[in-house]
Design a protein around this ligand. Structure first.
Ligand code: SF4
Length: 363
Protein backbone atom coordinates (compact mmCIF):
# COMPACT_ATOMS: atom_id res chain seq x y z
CA UNK A 1 0.00 0.00 0.00
CA UNK A 2 1.33 3.43 -0.93
CA UNK A 3 1.78 5.91 1.91
CA UNK A 4 1.66 9.71 1.65
CA UNK A 5 5.47 9.70 1.97
CA UNK A 6 5.74 7.33 -1.05
CA UNK A 7 3.56 9.67 -3.07
CA UNK A 8 5.64 12.69 -1.99
CA UNK A 9 8.84 10.94 -3.08
CA UNK A 10 7.28 10.02 -6.43
CA UNK A 11 6.34 13.67 -6.98
CA UNK A 12 9.81 14.83 -5.98
CA UNK A 13 11.49 12.36 -8.35
CA UNK A 14 9.19 13.47 -11.15
CA UNK A 15 10.14 17.11 -10.54
CA UNK A 16 13.89 16.35 -10.47
CA UNK A 17 13.78 14.11 -13.55
CA UNK A 18 11.77 16.69 -15.54
CA UNK A 19 14.31 19.36 -14.63
CA UNK A 20 17.28 17.15 -15.59
CA UNK A 21 15.56 16.08 -18.83
CA UNK A 22 14.72 19.62 -19.91
CA UNK A 23 17.97 21.26 -18.82
CA UNK A 24 19.20 23.45 -21.67
CA UNK A 25 21.90 25.59 -20.05
CA UNK A 26 25.68 25.40 -20.37
CA UNK A 27 27.00 21.86 -20.86
CA UNK A 28 27.94 20.45 -17.45
CA UNK A 29 30.44 17.65 -16.86
CA UNK A 30 29.72 15.93 -13.55
CA UNK A 31 32.13 13.27 -12.34
CA UNK A 32 31.51 10.46 -9.89
CA UNK A 33 34.55 9.11 -8.03
CA UNK A 34 33.11 6.00 -6.44
CA UNK A 35 33.00 2.56 -8.06
CA UNK A 36 29.61 1.83 -6.50
CA UNK A 37 28.25 5.08 -7.98
CA UNK A 38 29.66 4.10 -11.38
CA UNK A 39 27.82 0.77 -11.15
CA UNK A 40 24.60 2.29 -9.74
CA UNK A 41 24.44 5.09 -12.35
CA UNK A 42 25.11 2.64 -15.15
CA UNK A 43 22.50 0.18 -13.89
CA UNK A 44 19.85 2.87 -13.29
CA UNK A 45 19.85 4.11 -16.89
CA UNK A 46 19.89 7.75 -15.67
CA UNK A 47 22.37 8.75 -18.37
CA UNK A 48 19.82 7.87 -21.02
CA UNK A 49 17.00 10.00 -19.62
CA UNK A 50 18.73 13.26 -18.69
CA UNK A 51 19.58 16.14 -21.02
CA UNK A 52 22.61 15.55 -23.28
CA UNK A 53 23.90 18.80 -21.80
CA UNK A 54 24.49 17.03 -18.47
CA UNK A 55 27.35 14.61 -18.97
CA UNK A 56 27.99 12.03 -16.26
CA UNK A 57 31.65 11.10 -16.27
CA UNK A 58 33.18 8.16 -14.45
CA UNK A 59 36.38 8.94 -12.54
CA UNK A 60 38.96 7.04 -10.48
CA UNK A 61 36.54 5.44 -8.03
CA UNK A 62 37.53 1.79 -8.25
CA UNK A 63 40.35 0.98 -5.80
CA UNK A 64 41.40 -2.18 -7.63
CA UNK A 65 41.61 -0.33 -10.97
CA UNK A 66 44.00 2.30 -9.59
CA UNK A 67 46.45 -0.10 -7.93
CA UNK A 68 49.70 0.09 -9.94
CA UNK A 69 51.25 -2.90 -11.69
CA UNK A 70 54.15 -2.88 -9.18
CA UNK A 71 51.68 -3.80 -6.42
CA UNK A 72 50.59 -6.94 -8.29
CA UNK A 73 54.23 -7.73 -9.17
CA UNK A 74 55.18 -7.53 -5.50
CA UNK A 75 52.33 -9.89 -4.51
CA UNK A 76 53.48 -12.40 -7.13
CA UNK A 77 57.08 -12.08 -5.92
CA UNK A 78 55.99 -12.76 -2.32
CA UNK A 79 53.87 -15.71 -3.47
CA UNK A 80 56.81 -17.18 -5.36
CA UNK A 81 58.80 -17.06 -2.11
CA UNK A 82 56.16 -19.32 -0.51
CA UNK A 83 53.65 -16.89 1.02
CA UNK A 84 49.92 -17.50 0.60
CA UNK A 85 48.45 -14.39 -1.04
CA UNK A 86 44.91 -13.48 -0.02
CA UNK A 87 42.82 -10.75 -1.64
CA UNK A 88 39.41 -9.66 -2.85
CA UNK A 89 38.22 -11.44 -6.02
CA UNK A 90 38.81 -8.60 -8.49
CA UNK A 91 42.42 -8.26 -7.35
CA UNK A 92 43.13 -11.76 -8.68
CA UNK A 93 42.56 -10.60 -12.27
CA UNK A 94 44.28 -7.20 -12.24
CA UNK A 95 47.37 -7.24 -14.46
CA UNK A 96 50.85 -6.74 -13.11
CA UNK A 97 53.67 -5.95 -15.55
CA UNK A 98 53.64 -9.48 -17.01
CA UNK A 99 50.99 -11.54 -15.27
CA UNK A 100 48.04 -11.69 -12.85
CA UNK A 101 47.58 -13.52 -9.55
CA UNK A 102 45.09 -15.82 -11.27
CA UNK A 103 47.54 -16.72 -14.03
CA UNK A 104 50.23 -17.40 -11.46
CA UNK A 105 47.80 -19.47 -9.41
CA UNK A 106 47.36 -21.65 -12.49
CA UNK A 107 51.12 -22.25 -12.37
CA UNK A 108 51.07 -23.20 -8.69
CA UNK A 109 51.18 -19.91 -6.76
CA UNK A 110 49.17 -20.03 -3.52
CA UNK A 111 46.55 -17.31 -3.92
CA UNK A 112 42.98 -17.16 -2.62
CA UNK A 113 40.20 -14.64 -2.59
CA UNK A 114 37.95 -13.89 0.37
CA UNK A 115 35.01 -11.61 1.09
CA UNK A 116 36.46 -10.03 4.24
CA UNK A 117 40.08 -9.36 5.22
CA UNK A 118 39.27 -10.98 8.59
CA UNK A 119 38.89 -14.34 6.80
CA UNK A 120 42.67 -14.52 6.57
CA UNK A 121 42.90 -15.09 10.34
CA UNK A 122 41.45 -18.62 10.30
CA UNK A 123 43.46 -19.48 7.20
CA UNK A 124 46.69 -18.38 8.89
CA UNK A 125 45.90 -20.19 12.14
CA UNK A 126 45.47 -23.47 10.27
CA UNK A 127 48.96 -23.17 8.76
CA UNK A 128 51.17 -21.44 11.34
CA UNK A 129 54.38 -22.28 9.47
CA UNK A 130 53.35 -20.37 6.36
CA UNK A 131 53.34 -16.60 5.86
CA UNK A 132 50.00 -15.12 4.75
CA UNK A 133 49.83 -11.77 2.97
CA UNK A 134 46.64 -9.75 2.54
CA UNK A 135 46.56 -7.49 -0.54
CA UNK A 136 45.08 -4.43 1.17
CA UNK A 137 43.51 -2.16 -1.43
CA UNK A 138 40.74 0.33 -0.83
CA UNK A 139 39.67 3.85 0.01
CA UNK A 140 38.51 5.31 3.34
CA UNK A 141 35.49 2.95 3.30
CA UNK A 142 37.52 -0.26 3.49
CA UNK A 143 40.51 0.93 5.51
CA UNK A 144 38.78 0.58 8.94
CA UNK A 145 38.39 -3.16 8.22
CA UNK A 146 42.16 -3.48 7.89
CA UNK A 147 42.53 -1.79 11.27
CA UNK A 148 40.24 -4.46 12.77
CA UNK A 149 42.44 -7.10 11.18
CA UNK A 150 45.50 -5.46 12.75
CA UNK A 151 43.71 -5.30 16.13
CA UNK A 152 43.09 -9.05 15.96
CA UNK A 153 46.62 -9.88 14.78
CA UNK A 154 48.06 -7.95 17.73
CA UNK A 155 45.55 -9.13 20.36
CA UNK A 156 45.96 -12.78 19.38
CA UNK A 157 49.70 -12.47 18.77
CA UNK A 158 49.41 -13.95 15.27
CA UNK A 159 52.88 -13.85 13.73
CA UNK A 160 52.30 -15.21 10.22
CA UNK A 161 50.06 -12.47 8.72
CA UNK A 162 51.28 -9.30 7.00
CA UNK A 163 49.54 -6.80 4.76
CA UNK A 164 50.73 -5.27 1.52
CA UNK A 165 49.02 -1.91 1.22
CA UNK A 166 47.85 0.18 -1.73
CA UNK A 167 45.42 2.25 0.35
CA UNK A 168 44.26 5.55 -1.05
CA UNK A 169 42.28 8.60 0.05
CA UNK A 170 39.77 10.45 -2.06
CA UNK A 171 39.93 14.22 -1.28
CA UNK A 172 43.55 14.29 -2.55
CA UNK A 173 42.54 12.52 -5.77
CA UNK A 174 39.82 15.11 -6.38
CA UNK A 175 42.37 17.86 -5.71
CA UNK A 176 44.68 16.21 -8.29
CA UNK A 177 41.93 16.11 -10.92
CA UNK A 178 41.05 19.77 -10.31
CA UNK A 179 44.71 20.83 -10.34
CA UNK A 180 45.22 19.04 -13.66
CA UNK A 181 42.30 20.92 -15.19
CA UNK A 182 40.24 17.89 -16.00
CA UNK A 183 37.38 20.06 -17.18
CA UNK A 184 34.92 18.92 -14.54
CA UNK A 185 32.11 21.23 -13.39
CA UNK A 186 31.07 19.31 -10.30
CA UNK A 187 31.71 16.09 -8.38
CA UNK A 188 29.28 13.51 -7.08
CA UNK A 189 31.22 12.90 -3.86
CA UNK A 190 31.71 9.25 -2.91
CA UNK A 191 28.85 8.12 -0.66
CA UNK A 192 30.54 5.23 1.17
CA UNK A 193 33.79 7.15 1.67
CA UNK A 194 31.81 10.07 3.09
CA UNK A 195 30.28 7.82 5.76
CA UNK A 196 33.80 7.54 7.21
CA UNK A 197 35.26 10.97 6.36
CA UNK A 198 32.11 13.06 6.74
CA UNK A 199 30.91 15.55 4.14
CA UNK A 200 33.16 18.27 5.62
CA UNK A 201 36.20 16.38 4.30
CA UNK A 202 35.42 17.85 0.86
CA UNK A 203 35.10 21.49 1.97
CA UNK A 204 38.79 22.30 1.51
CA UNK A 205 39.09 21.03 -2.07
CA UNK A 206 35.71 22.52 -2.95
CA UNK A 207 36.62 26.03 -1.76
CA UNK A 208 40.15 25.82 -3.22
CA UNK A 209 38.81 25.23 -6.74
CA UNK A 210 35.30 26.71 -6.32
CA UNK A 211 34.05 23.24 -7.13
CA UNK A 212 30.41 22.19 -6.51
CA UNK A 213 30.09 18.79 -4.85
CA UNK A 214 27.14 16.65 -3.80
CA UNK A 215 27.37 13.73 -1.38
CA UNK A 216 24.67 11.25 -2.27
CA UNK A 217 23.62 7.63 -2.00
CA UNK A 218 23.07 4.82 -4.46
CA UNK A 219 19.35 4.25 -4.94
CA UNK A 220 17.75 5.73 -8.08
CA UNK A 221 16.02 8.34 -5.89
CA UNK A 222 19.28 9.34 -4.17
CA UNK A 223 21.14 9.50 -7.48
CA UNK A 224 18.51 11.69 -9.12
CA UNK A 225 18.38 13.94 -6.03
CA UNK A 226 22.20 14.25 -5.93
CA UNK A 227 22.52 15.01 -9.65
CA UNK A 228 19.66 17.51 -9.50
CA UNK A 229 21.17 19.28 -6.48
CA UNK A 230 24.65 19.29 -8.05
CA UNK A 231 23.29 20.74 -11.29
CA UNK A 232 21.48 23.47 -9.34
CA UNK A 233 24.69 24.27 -7.41
CA UNK A 234 26.63 24.51 -10.69
CA UNK A 235 24.04 26.90 -12.13
CA UNK A 236 23.99 29.07 -8.97
CA UNK A 237 27.68 28.76 -8.16
CA UNK A 238 28.60 32.45 -8.33
CA UNK A 239 25.52 33.42 -6.33
CA UNK A 240 26.34 30.84 -3.60
CA UNK A 241 29.95 32.05 -3.45
CA UNK A 242 28.90 35.69 -3.11
CA UNK A 243 26.53 34.65 -0.29
CA UNK A 244 29.34 32.72 1.45
CA UNK A 245 27.37 29.50 1.01
CA UNK A 246 29.27 26.18 0.82
CA UNK A 247 29.34 24.45 -2.56
CA UNK A 248 29.31 21.05 -0.81
CA UNK A 249 25.86 19.60 -0.24
CA UNK A 250 25.07 16.48 1.77
CA UNK A 251 22.11 14.62 0.26
CA UNK A 252 22.87 11.34 2.06
CA UNK A 253 22.12 12.47 5.59
CA UNK A 254 20.64 9.11 6.60
CA UNK A 255 24.20 7.76 6.92
CA UNK A 256 26.63 10.65 6.30
CA UNK A 257 27.35 13.17 9.03
CA UNK A 258 29.40 16.34 8.60
CA UNK A 259 32.23 14.93 10.77
CA UNK A 260 31.89 11.32 9.65
CA UNK A 261 32.58 8.26 11.75
CA UNK A 262 35.08 9.47 14.30
CA UNK A 263 35.69 6.04 15.82
CA UNK A 264 36.72 4.72 12.41
CA UNK A 265 38.87 7.82 11.82
CA UNK A 266 40.67 7.22 15.15
CA UNK A 267 41.31 3.60 14.16
CA UNK A 268 42.81 4.74 10.83
CA UNK A 269 45.01 7.34 12.60
CA UNK A 270 46.17 4.72 15.08
CA UNK A 271 47.76 2.50 12.44
CA UNK A 272 48.37 4.60 9.33
CA UNK A 273 50.23 7.71 8.22
CA UNK A 274 49.83 9.66 5.01
CA UNK A 275 52.27 9.49 2.10
CA UNK A 276 52.46 9.89 -1.66
CA UNK A 277 50.89 7.14 -3.78
CA UNK A 278 50.94 6.02 -7.39
CA UNK A 279 47.49 5.70 -8.96
CA UNK A 280 47.44 3.43 -12.01
CA UNK A 281 47.40 5.56 -15.14
CA UNK A 282 47.45 8.82 -13.20
CA UNK A 283 50.90 8.83 -11.62
CA UNK A 284 51.92 10.15 -8.24
CA UNK A 285 49.28 11.95 -6.18
CA UNK A 286 50.86 13.68 -3.18
CA UNK A 287 49.59 12.57 0.24
CA UNK A 288 46.92 10.31 -1.26
CA UNK A 289 48.26 7.06 0.22
CA UNK A 290 48.16 5.51 3.66
CA UNK A 291 51.05 3.46 5.01
CA UNK A 292 51.57 1.61 8.28
CA UNK A 293 53.21 3.77 10.94
CA UNK A 294 56.76 2.89 11.96
CA UNK A 295 55.66 1.09 15.14
CA UNK A 296 53.56 -1.34 13.06
CA UNK A 297 56.01 -1.92 10.23
CA UNK A 298 56.57 -5.53 11.28
CA UNK A 299 53.10 -6.21 9.82
CA UNK A 300 54.02 -4.66 6.47
CA UNK A 301 55.05 -6.86 3.53
CA UNK A 302 57.02 -4.12 1.72
CA UNK A 303 54.47 -1.54 0.62
CA UNK A 304 56.88 1.34 0.04
CA UNK A 305 58.17 2.40 -3.39
CA UNK A 306 55.83 0.22 -5.46
CA UNK A 307 55.99 2.84 -8.17
CA UNK A 308 56.15 0.98 -11.49
CA UNK A 309 52.97 1.34 -13.47
CA UNK A 310 53.17 -0.63 -16.72
CA UNK A 311 50.38 -1.07 -19.27
CA UNK A 312 49.57 -4.54 -20.59
CA UNK A 313 48.51 -3.04 -23.91
CA UNK A 314 50.13 0.22 -24.98
CA UNK A 315 46.92 1.34 -26.73
CA UNK A 316 44.89 1.11 -23.50
CA UNK A 317 43.51 4.56 -22.59
CA UNK A 318 42.61 3.79 -18.94
CA UNK A 319 44.50 6.87 -17.75
CA UNK A 320 42.37 9.15 -19.98
CA UNK A 321 39.20 7.33 -18.89
CA UNK A 322 40.07 7.70 -15.18
CA UNK A 323 40.83 11.41 -15.63
CA UNK A 324 37.52 11.98 -17.44
CA UNK A 325 39.24 12.98 -20.70
CA UNK A 326 37.55 10.31 -22.83
CA UNK A 327 34.69 7.87 -22.36
CA UNK A 328 35.38 4.13 -22.46
CA UNK A 329 33.73 3.98 -25.89
CA UNK A 330 36.37 6.33 -27.29
CA UNK A 331 39.16 3.86 -26.51
CA UNK A 332 40.01 2.03 -29.77
CA UNK A 333 40.21 -1.30 -27.92
CA UNK A 334 36.77 -1.05 -26.28
CA UNK A 335 34.62 -4.04 -27.22
CA UNK A 336 37.15 -5.13 -29.84
CA UNK A 337 40.26 -6.53 -28.20
CA UNK A 338 39.16 -5.37 -24.73
CA UNK A 339 36.20 -7.00 -23.03
CA UNK A 340 35.65 -8.61 -19.60
CA UNK A 341 37.01 -11.95 -20.87
CA UNK A 342 40.16 -10.45 -22.37
CA UNK A 343 40.67 -7.17 -20.47
CA UNK A 344 43.46 -5.00 -21.82
CA UNK A 345 43.41 -2.57 -18.90
CA UNK A 346 42.44 -2.48 -15.24
CA UNK A 347 39.21 -0.51 -15.88
CA UNK A 348 37.75 -3.54 -17.70
CA UNK A 349 38.61 -6.01 -14.91
CA UNK A 350 36.77 -4.93 -11.80
CA UNK A 351 32.98 -4.96 -11.69
CA UNK A 352 33.29 -1.35 -10.46
CA UNK A 353 35.60 -0.34 -13.32
CA UNK A 354 34.40 2.35 -15.74
CA UNK A 355 35.02 0.27 -18.88
CA UNK A 356 33.49 -2.88 -17.39
CA UNK A 357 30.31 -0.97 -16.51
CA UNK A 358 30.23 0.75 -19.92
CA UNK A 359 30.58 -2.68 -21.57
CA UNK A 360 27.96 -4.34 -19.37
CA UNK A 361 25.33 -1.61 -19.63
CA UNK A 362 26.13 -0.38 -23.12
CA UNK A 363 26.74 3.17 -21.83
FE1 SF4 B 1 41.82 0.18 -21.22
FE2 SF4 B 1 40.05 -1.59 -22.16
FE3 SF4 B 1 39.17 0.60 -21.05
FE4 SF4 B 1 40.38 0.70 -23.40
S1 SF4 B 1 38.42 -0.28 -22.98
S2 SF4 B 1 40.68 2.08 -21.67
S3 SF4 B 1 41.89 -0.92 -23.18
S4 SF4 B 1 40.34 -1.01 -20.04
Amino acid sequence: MQTNRDLDIKEEIKKYVTFLKEYDGETLRLMEVCGSHTAAISKSGIKKIISPKIKLISGPGCPVCVSPSAFVDRLIELGKKGAHIVSFGDMMRIPGSTSTLNEEKGKGLLASYVYSPLDIIEMAKKEPEREFIFAAVGFETTIPTYTLLLDRIIEENITNIKILTALKTMPEAIDFLCMNKCDIDGFIAPGHVSVITGSDAFNEVSSKYKMPMAVTGFSPYELVLGIYALTKTCINKEKYISMGKSLVGNYYKSVVETNGNQKAQRQIDKYFRKGDAIWRGMGNIPNSGLYLKDEYLKYDAGSQNLNDDKKINKACRCSDVLMGKISSKECPLFKTLCNPLTPQGACMVSSEGSCYQAFKNND
